[in-house]
Design a protein around this ligand. Structure first.
Ligand SMILES: NC(=O)c1ccc[n+]([C@@H]2O[C@H](COP(=O)([O-])OP(=O)(O)OC[C@H]3O[C@@H](n4cnc5c(N)ncnc54)[C@H](OP(=O)(O)O)[C@@H]3O)[C@@H](O)[C@H]2O)c1
Length: 332
């Protein structure tokens, strides 16, 4: 049996293009004891995949040239030689960008689609939700009445972060890249205010206006000049959760920003970077809390669903152009 797969054909310099990917038809590997045969249903695209396109040492190994891209996939079991799964089960795992997949059952997780739609396990009930939860609760340590600023606020992680901060009784300000995203954050997701960084000339001043008492918690998804402007408004004893730096992922030079250390020192600010896998042992706690909030209607999810397996590279590149509101997902 053959399947279509998507491989990395070259490493991008700067912003990736469709030329960095190739579609090809390959013969599936032999179906052995312990294996399952899967049909991909939903594929997740993540900003961190940009880092894996570089040949650089990081917390995850780089994608290999002429090898399939891999990421989180929700799939249906279409045949099984494993006692752990039966035909028709819906599973999730880190899998190749292939339409049909044969893989060992070890490492796959059965998901319960009666609790939430299957795609939620790639977003709010998956790594994305856990990132928002542990970054905000564990590092942000929000207290009722404090002011929280979230950059990349209308994206997958940011939207959940803002809602979690609201649940803790905070005043929440989002930063995002379009007027429609600003409207969605305020009207649909309960953000107290939001700033469109693409149409705002002076971000430092705009943040000061939205945060008259200063910023107590900053959840940083984007880095660069947006973060410089937020940190210029940071309060004494504030916490900064350093989650992502998407504004810099396609940079070809080393960005020289303001030196932050004097500000962090004089205001006793704690800035902490984190990778969600640091919290692996506490995933059950995070997943249970997120599922509870979703069940109670306290946490809402929104997704941008792109249709067609062949649109996976387009969807990935779309993250860097702000084409998603909430979690970007490809439905095969
Ligand atoms: N630490 C961890 O373990 C961990 C885990 C998951 C994600 N992350 C990081 O968290 C961040 C958000 O990830 P996500 O999955 O939720 O992605 P996402 O926010 O759903 O998608 C990316 C968004 O980033 C914004 N963006 C793109 N280029 C930008 C730029 N130059 N300046 C400012 N904003 C820009 C776009 O929105 P606009 O329209 O607003 O520009 C885009 O929609 C990323 O930096 C990611 O790497 C970290």
């Amino acid at each position: 049996m053959t399947t279509q797969q998507i491989v990395l054909v070259s490493r991008p310099k700067g912003t990736p293009t469709l030329d960095n990917f190739r579609f090809e038809t390959v013969e599936l590997n032999a179906f052995q004891d312990g294996d399952v045969e899967l049909e991909g249903l939903f594929y997740s695209v993540y900003p961190y995949m940009r880092g894996r396109m570089n040949d650089a040492k990081s917390y995850v190994p780089p994608f290999q040239i002429d090898q399939p891209i891999e990421g989180a996939v929700v799939a249906k079991v279409t045949a099984t030689k494993s006692t752990d799964f039966k035909t028709g089960d819906i599973v999730m795992g880190r899998l190749y960008w292939r339409h049909k997949i044969i893989t060992h059952a070890k490492g796959l997780q059965k998901i319960d689609t009666t609790v939430a739609p299957a795609s939620y396990y790639l977003g709010i009930l998956g790594m994305t939700g856990l990132t928002a939860y542990f970054g905000m609760i564990d590092i942000g340590k929000p207290k009722a009445g404090e002011t929280v600023v979230v950059s990349g606020a209308a994206g997958a992680v940011g939207m959940i972060v803002g809602q979690i901060a609201k649940l803790q009784g905070c005043r929440v300000i989002g930063i995002a890249g379009s007027d429609n995203k600003i409207k969605v954050l305020k009207e649909d997701f309960g953000f107290d205010d939001a700033i469109n960084y693409k149409t705002t000339k002076d971000m430092k001043e705009a943040i000061a206006l939205c945060c008259p008492k200063g910023v107590d918690v900053y959840f940083d998804n984007v880095g660069g000049e947006i973060s410089d402007a937020v940190i210029a408004n940071i309060n004494f004893n504030a916490r900064i959760a350093l989650c992502g730096q998407i504004s810099l992922y396609n940079s070809t030079d080393i960005s020289a920003g303001p030196r932050l250390q004097p500000m962090l020192l004089t205001r006793s600010v704690l800035m902490q970077g984190f990778i969600i896998s640091n919290y692996a042992r506490r995933f059950p706690e995070g997943t249970a809390q997120l599922a509870q909030w979703v069940k109670e209607g306290k946490l809402k999810s929104t997704e941008t669903i792109v249709h067609g397996f062949d649109k996976l590279p387009v969807a990935l590149l779309g993250l860097f152009k702000g084409e998603n509101t909430g979690k970007m997902i490809v439905e095969a």
